[in-house]
Ligand binder design. Structure first.
Ligand SMILES: [Zn+2]
Length: 246
């Protein structure tokens, strides 16, 4: 009898424990939902940081309108990016006019060497920088793989461009020591590994860009900033609001 009662008690305890777990997990999933809703709400209400100072007047130019032989592979308009989902509604690339004109000169200078520019990203609206930050891991934030939206990304000022080269003869993207947006030591412009040819091609891109006033980012061989990037304000205009230029 005692045994039965004790069995009853332990069964009841198990049931209560199961119920506790059930309510706990229900509470947890509700809290997760709430957190997500708050994040989305905050995202909708977020605005770029206010910056003091005299900035140049923005003059965004669509790169391929200036030079149609510059090719685009806008990864953030596809699932082929670190978030595995598109964050741009349109596959377009813009830069401030002086940067875009300098880029066209770089492209022209590479023609005799058998290469053309392949652009992955140019101007990035601030709201997309905010999405990158919200979706990034703690480590990606810490090492600066994503820009803090409170400071804005250099891409928000439309003088930064992510790019590689394509072979004019085959039309194919060239091999570089590491891939675009690759989260490894191969991303460094001074990475000494990989094939000699890939390193030479990476260095050729850098030399051609530097000759026109661009500077490579110290931890990404594909990222270049145009000389006056600090003089432009952070922008938050989506691509679809930018006119198709003639
Ligand atoms: Zn970049």
């Amino acid at each position: 009898m005692r045994l039965i009662r004790s069995g009853d008690a332990s069964n009841r305890e198990k049931v209560f424990k199961r119920l506790d777990l059930f309510f706990l997990s229900a509470l947890r999933s509700r809290l997760r939902l709430l957190a997500l809703a708050m994040l989305l709400l905050a995202g909708c209400q977020s605005i770029p940081p206010k910056e003091a100072g005299n900035f140049r007047k923005p003059d965004l130019v669509e790169i391929t309108r200036l030079d149609p032989s510059i090719r685009l592979d806008i990864r953030y308009a596809t699932t082929n990016n670190f978030l595995h989902r598109p964050v741009y509604r349109q596959a377009r690339a813009f830069l401030q006019r002086p940067a875009a004109e300098a880029l066209a000169r770089v492209n022209a200078s590479l023609k005799s060497k058998g290469y053309g520019l392949l652009v992955f990203d140019g101007y990035r609206p601030w709201s997309v920088t905010k999405i990158f930050w919200d979706m990034a891991s703690e480590e990606e934030r810490k090492i600066g793989f994503v820009a803090n939206p409170q400071k804005g990304s250099r891409h928000n000022r439309a003088c930064a461009v992510d790019l590689s080269l394509y072979d004019l003869r085959t039309g194919s993207e060239v091999a570089m020591p590491g891939g675009y947006d690759e989260f490894s030591e191969r991303a460094f412009p001074k990475y000494a590994g990989g094939s000699e040819k890939a390193r030479a091609t990476r260095d050729l891109l850098r030399e051609a860009m530097e000759a026109e006033g661009f500077t490579v980012y110290e931890s990404e061989w594909w990222h270049f900033d145009y000389r006056n990037w600090r003089e432009y304000p952070i922008l938050n205009v989506p691509f679809e609001a930018l006119p198709e230029q003639p």
